[in-house]
Design a protein around this ligand. Sequence first.
Ligand SMILES: C[S@@+](CC[C@H](N)C(=O)[O-])C[C@H]1O[C@@H](n2cnc3c(N)ncnc32)[C@H](O)[C@@H]1O
Length: 213
Amino acid sequence: MMMEKFCQNVKLPQKGFFGWLTTKMFESKNRFLEVNAVKLCELKPDHQVLELGFGPGLGLEAAVKEMKDGPGKLWGLDLSPYMIEVAGKRLKDDINSGRVELCLGSVMDLPFEANTFDRVFHCNCFYFWPNIDRGVQEIMRVMKPDSLMVTTINQASINKAIERGVLKYANPNVPLYIEVLKRNGFSNVNIQELDDSGTAYQAIFASVGKKDN
Ligand SMILES: C[S@@+](CC[C@H](N)C(=O)[O-])C[C@H]1O[C@@H](n2cnc3c(N)ncnc32)[C@H](O)[C@@H]1O
């Protein structure tokens, strides 16, 4: 029963003890993935940037610092009202100033115009999407021509989570994700093995080239 609640909250954190617990876990274990995804995006002050599945909001917090006082804007989209609440508190000042906007919604149906974003990033998220092709097609739609998406993951901790049964509501299949990116028109799709202070992690890069629409 407790394990079941934990697994559900890893996929979709909800207000309550298990949502609080999973949030603390994301904050301590995944901060470096969020910060590195932002670094690898090479953000410019005028970029329009989207983070998907932002959880507690650590990536958006890092991205705001990176973009300084430029005219760009950051958007976050997450399916969990509780994560909107947690990240909303963390980013209160940036939301009030209009630099950051948080949206409740699913990657399956992004509430953004076509060709909006210069950079998209996400960490520990794609494996919860109900249909990876549909999610990737939506992302492609909202990305500008000549834009970049960065995905960071820690395969070793994913493997441990699979062994412990924590990812029973996920499909953490990296080769499938890469294949889906390629078959939906992303270019220069590649995975790099990287290191942060002795902890290995993986970054998947996917570019959008020219677009017809
Ligand atoms: C494992 S958490 C990762 C949070 C954070 N990125 C991190 O690495 O710590 C997965 C996040 O994806 C969100 N999520 C799950 N399914 C989603 C979907 N279909 N669309 C958007 N967000 C989703 C969850 O609400 C949760 O915040």
